[in-house]
Structures are given as C-alpha cells and as structure tokens.
Design a protein around this ligand. Structure first.
Ligand SMILES: Nc1nc2c(c(=O)[nH]1)N[C@H]1C(S)=C(S)[C@@H](COP(=O)(O)OP(=O)(O)OC[C@H]3O[C@@H](n4cnc5c(=O)[nH]c(N)nc54)[C@H](O)[C@@H]3O)O[C@H]1N2
Ligand SMILES: Nc1nc2c(c(=O)[nH]1)N[C@H]1C(S)=C(S)[C@@H](COP(=O)(O)OP(=O)(O)OC[C@H]3O[C@@H](n4cnc5c(=O)[nH]c(N)nc54)[C@H](O)[C@@H]3O)O[C@H]1N2
Ligand code: SF4
Ligand SMILES: [Mo]
Length: 717
C-alpha cells in the first residue's frame, strides 16, 4: 500500500488529495489536510474520481469506425491514419478546412495547453473553437483590452475582503470559477466572521445565496443595467475613488458619461430590483473597508456579456478595489502563463480575422462555438471539412446541439481525443483515448494564474498506466511529428520531436519556474526540484499588488473607456426599452444550474454521483406553475425558437417568477451509439437542444445560453 499526494484536476478548485493505492488500484481518496490551499476539503467528485479508473465503458485503445461498428486498431496505425486524413484535407481544401474544438478538461493538464497551439500552427488553420465561448470569452476579451493579455484575469481577494458581491456565480456548487479557491464555503464564512458581508445577485436562491447575508433576485439578462446603475450611483454621489489606480487608469470621466442615463430608477423595473436597494448596494460596496465585485456565468452568458463584465471591472476600479488587498487582484503564478502564453502564441489580439459565415471577430485566436455548425454546413471556400475534438462534447454543450450533431455527422473526417464515446465523437472516424490524470505526471499551468493565493505544486504520477496506452500529451506529440514531417521532412521533424520530448514537461516547467516571478525576482529561487520537495504543494502567500508593472498594454496604462466597449454601448442603451417591454410581459426565461455531483456533460457514468433525485428537473415558481395548471413532477415540453425538449417540473420559490431553470450536459439517453451506458440510462434531456445559436454577445461571440425565452406546456396537451 502506498499514499500519494496530488491535486484533483476535475474542477478549478484543484483540491489536494491523499490517494491510497494498492496493487496499482486506487483504494481510497481523502482530502489532504496539509494542502495549503484546500486544507483537507474535497467534494464528492474528488472521491468519485477513482470510478474513471475502473469504468468498463472507458476506452483504452484507439478505435476506428467501420461499417459494423468500432474496431480496435494499433496506435501507430491510428496516428498514421489521422495525420494522413488531416493532411489530405489540408491539401484539398486548405488548412482552414480543419477545425479544432477544445473542451473544458484541456485546461486541467499541461499537455493540450502547450501542444495544441503547435498543432494548429503545423496544420496552418485558424479554425479554433473551445468551450470558452460558451463560458468566459467576455472575461478574456476584457483582460486583453484592459490589461494587455487575455490571461491576466483578476480574482476577488476573498480571504481578505469585507464585502463580496457575487453576481451570476454559484461558487458553493461550482467550487469557484476563474477563481481557484478550494473550500469556498469556508472562505465565505470567513468574510462573515470578520464582520464582512456576502451579497448574491441571482435569479435563483442558490446554495451560495443561502449562506450569504443578502440575496437579490434579478431578471435574467439584465445585470448590465444593474451594474451600470451601481456605477451611476458612485458618480452621482461623488464617491468615485480609484486610489493608486488613478495613476495608470484613463477614461474615468468618459465612463461617468456612459453610465449617466442608468439611474437606479431607470433600471429598477427591468432588473426587478428596487431603486433604493440598488442605491444601497452601491453604497455598501463603495463604503466597505475592503470589497470586490465578482461575476461569472450568469453575466458572461448573456447578449451583453462583454459590456456587463466590463462594468465589473469598472465598479472595482471606481471603488479603489483594483490591485488592492481584499479587492480585485491578479495572481503571481510561478509558471507565468499569462506572459509566456501571450508571448509564444497568437492569443494576444482581437478582431484580427473574422468568421467566414457570420463575420464574428476572433477573440484570442478563437472563433465562437455559436457559429461552428455554420462553418461546417455552409458550402464555399474555407468550409470546414475535418475536425479534431480534444476533451469536449459540443453536441451537449454548445447552443443548438441538434445542429452541431448534424454538422459533425456531415464532416469528411472527425478525430476525437477522449476516454468515452460521447454524444459528439460517436460521429468520429477515429477515437484516441488518453490515460487518465492519475496515470501521468501533472503540472497545472492554468489555475494558479487565477488563484486567490499564490501557490505551486508538482503532481507525481500515482498509477501505472495499462500497457500500450498513451497520455494526451503523447497522443498530440505523435500527431504533431507526423504533420510536421509533411512540411519539414521526416528527419527534421523527428529531431524536433526528440527535442520536444526532452523538454516536456519537466525541463520546460523547470525553466519557467526559474525565469518566472518566483525564480529570481522574489528571491525564492524556485526550480522544479525545489517544488517537488513540497509534496502537499508550496504556499507562496497572499496575492500581492502587481500593477501597473504587470500590465501588458502600451505604456502600461489601462484605458477604461476602451473603444471596443464604447462602440457597443449604444446597443446597451437601446436595449433598455425592449427590456422594459419584456419585464412587463408574462414570458418565461430559462437559466441554467450546476450540481455538486456533476461536471458539465461527463462524470455521469459514475453510479455514486448519479444516485438520488432527478438532477435534470425544470425548476418553476409556484405562481408560474399555477397559471399553467402544472403540478409537482408533471411532464412538460419546454420550447424555444430552436426546438423542444421534455422535462419534469419541480415547483419551488427558489426561482423567481418568470424564470425556469434546468442544467446542461444531460440527455445521454436521447442519442444512439454513446458508450457511457450508465449515463445513457439517466433521465433528462439536453438543454442545449433548445438553446439558440443566434443569441450571443456580438462583441466577444460568447453564447447567450442564459435568459433564453421559452414556453412551457404540459406534455399531454
Ligand atoms: N446551456 C449551457 N451550456 C453550457 C454551459 C451552461 O452553463 N449552460 N456551460 C458551458 C461551460 S462553462 C463549459 S466549460 C462547457 C463544457 O463543454 P465541453 O468541454 O464541450 O464538455 P465537457 O462535458 O467538459 O466534456 C468533457 C469531455 O472530455 C472528456 N475528458 C475528460 N477528461 C479528459 C482528459 O483528461 N483528456 C481528454 N482527452 N478527455 C477528457 C470527457 O470524457 C468528456 O467527453 O459547457 C458549456 N455549455
Ligand atoms: N459541480 C460542478 N462544478 C463545476 C461545473 C459543473 O458542471 N459542476 N462546471 C465548471 C465550469 S466549466 C464552470 S465554467 C464553472 C461555472 O461556475 P459558476 O458560474 O459559479 O456556475 P453556475 O452554477 O453556472 O453559476 C451561474 C449562476 O448564474 C445564475 N444566473 C443565470 N442567469 C443569470 C443572469 O442573467 N444574471 C445573474 N446575475 N445570474 C444568472 C444561475 O442561476 C447560477 O446560479 O463551474 C465549474 N464547476
Ligand atoms: S471541488 Fe471537487 S472536483 Fe473540484 S477539485 Fe475539489 S475535489 Fe475535485
Ligand atoms: Mo466552464
């Protein structure tokens, strides 16, 4: 029996785990009490992680589609086949006929993050899509516009703040997002123990709202108006005090003019929050000793995602919270991805090119997923004909999933790197299954950059992978060398491949640590060897002020009235009128939710995580149910412009009147040919079968999956 310490990489919290192994089998997983970040905390998914290792439905060898079903093939044969089909597509239709869709789990391992940009370059394609554009693209865009790198993402300094406003996030269930803060419940309780306050703005009384000091219901999709009004109050009451940021932030007066029409009275009806409440919220935030506004999906996944999230930055700047302890701060990661990534790839930029069919600007070298199906299904020069999906399931996670499904089926060639036959790669020609995280060494290059405390850790390999299996990184490197051989010749490509294998990951991590912020400058002299000695992770202390030094903008200045946002503002102003009409109507708006025992569209093959009540029910307010003569557990049809799905009603006043709520990532049973059998036996439909690919934030391209207008009727009628 042996005990290993590793962080869980299922979600951003990255909790430290103590993993007991016997005969190469995980026999127990517990929270690691010595982990400086999580201190013993873990959620049910952390324990269930072991189910992945024993899952009979998991693929362990490459498979190829044949007329009679999946056929096992050897790795070399699979790599040769994939490389030759991709190169053939490039030859016939150009590099841009090959698209990549990168799923959420790619952020949880060093391999795809580092190797995928190389693959895109080698294939000469800019057809890059990811889960980010159904998630946080407004945040990346604003970080680029304001701070100069899409990866310089501020986080609320929750451990030192006295006032935290959470808008459209439910960290008690999501475990914190774009905010690595394991055991967030404890951290929020800490705010209250210090005499501070936590306030939640959400159309649902969420798990987080229940432990907060105050909760305000808000009409979905109207946060832009609430936040603008809060900023208006700060200007009107003369309490704009940016503090030290005044020395490097331009355009504050212009912002004052932009928000001036949005008085609390002007937005009260639209948001559903009273004018005096809004005024008080602004005063409480500005008046607290230390405070921060934090927002996530409920703000990003709206048609005003960029403008609304911009106001999160604006409020933090106006109240003097930017780069101040207890406020809105940037982490200083030991592996400085925001700088290294920005300097070595093409992710710094915006609107350098536009999507072919709808003309939507790229953000950080990505096109939005709302237009992925268009690019595949619309004939013409540059039409996508082949695709690579790495760790993603767009059929269940991208708006109008039925059309995505149809598009994937239409491709000439599809390859997927995934452990399962999911709803998307059931259309694949080849599936390349990687080893699981515990079967490889790990170094997190992403989340320490959005952590509420600076820290670094190395993750040792815990289990021996089965013979003849490959990690994500090995799979991507094997494809890369074959593709590079086509342009540079096999000898040079092989030499480059050997160099890459010598470098990755240990040597690269070591170099990055040595030249990074904690290498020389802080006198810590970090190196890989030093970091490896700290088996529970190395705490590097609370976040430190880093501005304006860390800015990557010209002249190291922040232009708060950025022209990109200013250009969108007339749309926000004009939208207030139609929002008033909507608020006065009796339509229903659909929002999403997450469950602690689920993870987007996967982990549903774990029996221990899926037991219990229907995770996928449609929450509805009693008043809305009464009007429709609906009762608890009634079967209903939920319809939108795009289509209809079935659901079971759960009546609760946790959702405000006019709002219904359903999670995404379910409905495995409604499509044939998926490999996760237990998941397919679970009830529920895929909400993305009715989300609308024409609803998106035109600035960032981010999908507006929340605040979706829907109708609900009894299934029988
Ligand atoms: N309506 C609606 N839609 C949403 C959302 C919402 O709130 N509402 N949320 C959006 C958000 S925030 C996100 S991030 C997306 C997620 O969207 P996706 O990233 O498309 O979906 P996931 O469910 O994360 O897909 C994970 C897949 O990766 C595989 N996988 C897991 N680990 C690994 C690994 O280490 N390597 C490899 N190669 N494969 C792995 C799993 O088997 C699974 O098939 O969904 C988005 N869609
Ligand atoms: N257990 C679990 N944890 C997860 C995931 C998971 O699937 N399961 N997914 C991970 C991923 S990929 C991500 S991106 C994060 C997401 O992290 P969060 O953003 O914290 O997750 P959500 O639970 O989707 O929270 C969004 C909240 O916004 C609210 N909301 C919806 N519409 C609006 C609106 O218009 N205005 C306002 N103010 N609020 C609104 C919803 O009711 C919901 O409570 O979670 C991560 N962690
Ligand atoms: S909160 Fe749960 S899923 Fe997320 S890292 Fe911790 S144990 Fe893993
Ligand atoms: Mo996400």
């Amino acid at each position: 029996m042996s005990v290993h310490y590793r962080s869980c990489n299922l979600c951003e919290a990255s909790c430290g785990l103590e993993i007991t192994v016997e005969a190469n089998l995980v026999i127990g997983i517990r929270g690691d009490h010595h982990d400086p970040m999580s201190r013993g905390y873990l959620c049910p998914k952390g324990v269930a992680w072991q189910d992945l290792h024993n899952d009979p439905d998991r693929l362990r060898h490459p498979v190829r589609r044949t007329a009679t079903g999946w056929e096992r093939i050897g790795w070399d044969e699979a790599f040769d086949l994939v490389a030759s089909r991709l190169l053939q597509t490039k030859e016939q239709h150009g590099g841009d006929a090959i698209a990549f869709y990168l799923g959420n789990p790619i952020a949880h391992g060093w391999g795809p993050i580092i190797l995928i940009p190389m693959l895109l370059k080698a294939l000469g394609t800019n057809q890059r899509y990811s889960a980010a554009s159904v998630d946080q693209q407004p945040q990346h865009l604003l970080s680029y516009l304001l701070f100069g790198s899409p990866l310089l993402l501020p986080v609320p300094d929750v451990d030192r703040t006295d006032f935290l406003l959470v808008v459209g996030g439910n960290p008690l269930v999501s475990n914190g997002s774009i905010m690595t803060a394991p055991n967030i419940k404890r951290r929020l309780e800490g705010i209250r123990e210090r005499g501070g306050r936590v306030v939640v703005v959400d159309p649902r009384r969420t798990e987080t709202a229940r432990i907060a000091d105050a909760h305000h219901f808000i009409r979905p999709g109207t946060d832009v108006y609430l936040l603008a009004a809060m900023a208006q109050v700060l200007f009107a009451e003369g309490v704009v005090k940016p503090g030290a940021a005044a020395a490097y932030v331009d355009g504050i007066e212009a912002v004052g003019r932009m928000v001036s029409p949005f008085t609390p009275e002007a937005v009260a009806e639209v948001t559903g929050i009273g004018a005096e409440e809004i005024r008080q919220l602004a005063r409480d935030f500005a008046g607290a000793k230390r405070g921060a506004v934090y927002a996530r999906l409920g703000v990003c996944q709206t048609v005003y995602g960029t403008s609304a999230y911009w106001l999160v930055h604006v409020l933090n700047v106006l109240a003097g919270r930017l780069d101040v302890p207890g406020g809105w701060m940037l982490a200083t990661p030991a592996f400085d991805l925001p700088v290294i990534g920005a300097k070595t790839t093409d992710l710094i930029g915006y609107d350098r090119w536009r999507s072919r069919v709808r003309g939507i600007p790229e953000v950080a070298a990505e096109f939005p997923t709302v237009t992925l199906a268009d690019e595949i299904l619309t004939p013409g020069d540059g039409q996508v004909r082949a695709m690579v999906i790495v760790a993603g399931n767009p059929v269940l996670t991208v708006p109008d999933g039925r059309r995505v499904d149809e598009a994937l089926a239409d491709l000439d060639f599809l390859v997927s790197v995934d452990y399962y036959v999911n709803e998307s790669n059931r259309h694949a020609d080849v599936i390349l299954p990687p080893t699981a995280a515990l079967e490889r060494e790990e170094f997190d290059v992403v989340f320490p950059a959005v952590s509420v405390r600076n820290h670094v850790r190395w993750g040792p390999q815990v289990l021996q992978p089965a013979p003849d299996t490959r990690s994500d990184a090995e799979i991507l490197m094997a494809l890369l060398v074959r593709i590079e051989a086509s342009t540079m010749g096999p000898r040079r490509a092989q030499a480059l491949d050997r160099a890459r294998r010598r470098l990755l990951p240990r040597r690269l991590v070591d170099i990055a640590l040595r030249i990074g912020p904690w290498g020389i400058r802080h006198g810590r002299r970090l190196s890989l060897r030093k970091v490896q000695k700290y088996r529970h992770g190395l705490d590097l202390g609370p976040l430190e002020p880093v501005l304006p030094g860390r800015l990557m903008t010209e002249g190291k200045r922040i232009r708060l009235d950025h022209p990109v946002v200013v250009a969108d503002w007339p749309r926000v102003v004009a939208g207030l009128e139609s929002a008033r009409a909507d608020a006065a109507g009796d339509g229903l708006l659909l929002i999403g939710r997450r469950h602690l025992r689920s993870n987007n569209s996967w982990m549903h093959n774990s029996e221990r995580l899926t037991s219990g009540s229907n995770h996928c029910s449609l929450l509805m307010n009693p008043a809305d149910a009464a009007v429709r003569s609906l009762h608890e557990a009634d079967e209903v049809c939920v319809g939108s412009r795009v289509g209809e799905i079935a659901a079971q009603v759960a009546i609760t006043d946790d959702v405000m009147p006019g709002v219904v709520c359903m999670p995404h990532g379910w409905g495995h049973g409604s499509r044939d040919g998926v490999g996760w059998q237990h998941a397919a036996a679970q009830p529920g439909a895929s909400v993305n079968d009715i989300t609308d690919d024409l609803r998106y934030d035109p600035v960032s391209g981010n999908a507006a999956v929340t605040a979706l207008p829907v109708t609900v009727r009894a299934a029988a009628s």
